[in-house]
Design a protein around this ligand. Structure first.
Ligand code: HEM
Length: 210
């Protein structure tokens, strides 16, 4: 077993601020939408908190984006360009999560500083960070000041459409946090990946001698 530095400080700061912020956004969002069911804080407080946290997370997103765009660590997100290799690796990873892990088989993905994600992670993190998260921020900003952005809102089909997209993505992220946390617990110990997101260092198996 040896240690590998895989999560630089900006990524760790971005990640935990983002995770904490998303949980608060979900909690305040639920409070705003289901006021008749739950009343933990007053409606007005939930709205103000939701808006502030949203803007802090938008700024935080640029920490993640800026870090990857201006360092060579962007390589961890480079996609596998051969579809055959990509689908084989994804299938092997799915087999491992669905069956191999329960039989004690080794993880088919071997991490290094520039290949920290397996095929499923690299694809899903890219879609989430470059499409779903920005779309959620965008619809959130439109809903924050519907009057100011009325022409954009109308172009997109009206406030109901924008709101529906925002709520569907909120439902997606609520599920994502559970699945993501479960998958993050599948290191050699349940806390391995969590520790790595705190210290920066992942503990990885030594490669068998060639
Ligand atoms: C309670 C909430 C969360 C927990 C406990 C958690 C946990 C973790 C852990 C342990 C890792 C490192 C292992 C891995 O790469 O899978 C990780 C990475 C990651 N998480 Fe989370 N996470 C949470 C919320 C979120 C949310 C809300 C998002 C996105 C909206 C997110 C996006 C990511 C991304 C993109 C990475 C890879 C980061 C990088 O290295 O560039 N996480 N998470």
């Amino acid at each position: 077993m040896h240690k590998l530095y895989v999560n630089p400080l900006p990524v760790r700061i971005w990640h935990w601020a983002n995770a904490f912020g998303f949980v608060l956004l979900i909690a305040t969002g639920v409070q705003m939408r289901y006021l008749d069911l739950i009343q933990v804080v007053p409606f007005r407080t939930a709205v103000v908190a939701h808006n502030w946290i949203g803007f802090v997370l938008i700024a935080n997103f640029f920490l993640w984006l800026g870090f990857y765009l201006f360092t060579d660590k962007i390589k961890v997100y480079h996609p596998e360009l051969s579809p055959t290799k990509y689908f084989r690796a994804s299938f092997r990873q799915l087999q491992f999560y669905g069956y191999g892990i329960f039989k004690g088989h080794p993880n088919p993905h071997h991490m290094n500083a520039y290949r920290k994600f397996n095929a499923l992670q690299s694809m899903s993190y890219q879609i989430i960070m470059l499409l779903v998260v920005p779309l959620q921020f965008f619809t959130g900003v439109l809903l924050w000041d519907v009057a100011h952005f009325s022409s954009m809102v109308e172009t997109l089909g009206g406030v109901r459409v924008v709101n529906t997209v925002h709520v569907l993505i909120f439902i997606f992220f609520t599920g994502f946090i559970f699945i993501h946390s479960y998958l993050a617990s599948l290191s050699h110990t349940p806390w391995g990946h969590f520790k790595a997101m705190i210290t920066g260092y992942e503990e990885v198996d030594d490669e068998p001698a060639q």
